[in-house]
Design a binder for this molecule. Structure first.
Ligand code: AMP
Length: 206
């Protein structure tokens, strides 16, 4: 990390296929937010490189990439975006998407990340999300979501390892947003939760 400083952050949280990436990208286009998806970082690595091969061995199976490797790659990406001034920590709230994904990662990112709010996007209809993931897999050529067994493993891992992350944050820090609305409706609920957080951030800019 380039600065010994904790970045003010928002966590977009929820199961696979719930629209975190779509909403995160939209949010990232609003001045004052910078969206960083670990899944996107992993997909951008050259799969012929040793690091890329190692990552792909897990992502293609729908399994979590080991914590040490995940944190190392994620910090490298974050450092690069700070160095390029794409992410300006004094001005922008960092929108985390895909990390922390287990309880151990909540501590591992703690030195660098100050979570100001958690937006939990939830969906009670797992079959609907599986359907969405398969459609996206075709559209975006994503190997992990083309195979039903891999998708189901991603959900099992979410339930067993990721969902407990929510218990690491105080309930008053968490907004729950239902994913089944239209994308504009979901966006509106997310913005409603985040506008006060951004206003506070602008007040406290140093
Ligand atoms: P996503 O695009 O967020 O669904 O992530 C795609 C895949 O990348 C996941 O199924 C995991 O294999 C891997 N991945 C993403 N974020 C993490 C993380 N924080 N820890 C470990 N593996 C991750």
């Amino acid at each position: 990390m380039t600065e010994n400083k904790r970045f003010r952050s928002i966590l977009l949280f929820g199961p696979p296929g719930v629209g975190k990436g779509t909403q995160g990208k939209i949010l990232g286009s609003v001045p004052g937010f910078f969206h960083l998806s670990v899944g996107d970082v992993f997909r951008s690595i050259d799969i012929g490189s040793p690091e890329g091969k190692e990552v792909c061995a897990f992502t293609s199976q729908g399994k979590l990439v080991p914590d040490e490797l995940t944190i190392r790659i994620w910090k490298k990406a974050l450092d690069a975006y700070v160095a390029l001034s794409w992410f300006k920590p004094r001005e922008d709230l960092l929108v985390l998407d895909g990390i922390p994904r287990n309880v151990a990662q909540t501590s591992l990112i703690n030195d660098n990340i100050d979570i100001r709010h958690v937006v939990h996007i939830s969906c009670s209809d797992e079959e609907d999300m599986i359907h969405r993931l398969r459609r996206r897999a075709i559209r975006e050529n994503r190997a992990d979501d083309a195979n039903e067994e891999v998708i189901r493993r991603r959900f099992d891992i979410y339930r067993e390892q990721s969902k407990p992350v929510l218990d690491c944050y105080p309930p008053e820090l968490i907004s729950h947003v239902e994913a089944s609305g239209s994308p504009a409706e979901v966006l509106s609920a997310i913005l409603k939760a985040l506008i006060p957080i951004q206003n506070e951030h602008f007040k406290n800019e140093d």
